[in-house]
Design a protein. Structure first.
Length: 388
């Protein structure tokens, strides 16, 4: 289905489920992070872009204070009173859309005084691939409620609302990157975000003009950010910052690494070194894109992967193989993307070699006895918007 069909289908499904027409349909994209991994919650730099895979939210306000959500992911209809919505009563997929209503309440919106709403959600962002299908739901609902409730919140504020929903209603201790990419993305461009000030700049990617494509290799290895490794990495970063007497690792530069090595254990030091060098790599990537174009960023992507594999230790054998096989088949740079422990790798690939990369990566997975990966290309696209 093309995206216009998704929009009309969302409106038709809303009518079908709720027996009346929606007020409108809003959509928000998933994202790929080009570079800057685990730097967001360290108040550092990230460079993600919105992709051409989106989530649609058909929304209609109600006369009472009830919120009802339905989706194409499940038969369930979940219903709550807005005045009563809280993280404690939310679970499953409906925690994403309803968590947004709760998080708006935490931002000073009087939920008891707002009109309730019905929302129907559909998506073509693959779930569990590390492409932020969750942020896409949050951001589609956030812009819809912002418009229908006439809140006029700016997009960095809506990103914070999405992050709060994710952290408290869903329970994943993630940073601000995914929601920012989904809300601020621009066609053919990346969002260069300073996660301390939340100031952002749009950076031209120029992939098409350079004859390049981004190939996604979804390893199908599942990752769950609510538990385990992600939170442990976050704790290591906080311990490293505390050992250095700084508020966050944003305040540590490459020149401070010698001192860092002396005041913490080796594992914490390697976690810190990843963040510090990754921030430098984001800045180097932005500079290279501006001065020379995307053909100049391959080696930086490779270095980022090595740092995540060896220092931050968030890669898995399937992601490492995806990167090595894609490079061997002609990609000019490759790295895992997203939180890690599974999910997807990206390979910046000359257009004429996309088929070669696809078949060689698939062959390498088969030979290693790994589950077949899903391999496809994505295009840097516009952020969240009203569709209908
Ligand atoms: C996940 C989180 C983001 C970010 C990345 C790692 O995608 O949701 O906030 O921390 O991992 O860069």
């Amino acid at each position: 289905m093309n995206h216009d069909d998704f929009t009309s289908q969302a409106a038709a499904d809303f009518l079908d489920r709720f027996g009346r027409a929606a007020d409108g349909v809003w959509s928000a994209p998933g994202r790929v992070n080009l570079i800057g991994e685990h730097t967001d919650y360290n108040e550092g730099f990230v460079l993600p872009f919105a992709i051409d895979r989106r989530t649609w939210a058909a929304v209609g306000l109600r006369d009472d204070n009830t919120a009802r959500v339905t989706s194409t992911f499940s038969e369930d209809e979940v219903e709550v009173e807005l005045a009563q919505v809280s993280p404690e009563i939310l679970d499953g997929w409906s925690a994403y859309p309803l968590g947004i209503a709760w998080a708006l309440g935490e931002n000073g919106i009087d939920l008891a005084g707002q009109a309730g709403f019905d929302v129907h959600i559909s998506s073509d962002v693959p779930v569990g691939a590390g492409l932020s299908s969750s942020a896409a739901i949050e951001c589609a609902v956030a812009i819809a409620l912002d418009e229908r409730w006439q809140l006029e919140l700016d997009r960095p504020t809506l990103a914070r609302v999405g992050q709060l929903a994710e952290n408290k209603a869903v329970g994943a201790p993630t940073g601000i990157m995914d929601q920012s990419a989904s809300l601020l993305g621009r066609r053919d461009s990346a969002v260069f975000l300073d996660c301390r000030s939340l100031r952002s700049e749009i950076v031209d990617l120029g992939f098409q003009a350079a004859g390049l494509e981004i190939v996604i290799i979804d390893t199908k290895v599942s990752h769950a950010h609510a538990t385990g490794g992600y939170a442990a990495r976050r704790a290591s970063c906080e311990a490293g910052a505390a050992a250095l007497g700084v508020e966050s690792l944003r305040d540590v530069g490459v020149a401070d690494l010698d001192r860092a090595r002396e005041v913490m254990d080796d594992e914490t030091f390697r976690r810190v070194r990843h963040i510090v060098t990754e921030n430098a790599r984001v800045l180097a990537t932005v500079r290279a894109l501006r001065e020379s174009g995307p053909l100049a960023i391959g080696e930086i992507l490779d270095a980022s992967h090595v740092s995540m594999r060896d220092d931050f230790e968030i890669s898995v054998p399937e992601l490492d193989l995806a990167v090595v096989a894609a490079r061997a088949a002609g990609a000019i740079g490759a790295r895992m993307t997203g939180g890690g422990f599974g999910g997807a790798a990206i390979a910046l690939t000359p257009s004429h070699l996309v088929a070669e990369v696809t078949s060689q990566v698939a062959a390498a997975f088969a030979e290693a006895g790994y589950r077949a990966p899903e391999i496809f290309t994505v295009t840097p696209s516009d952020g969240a918007k009203r569709e209908l």
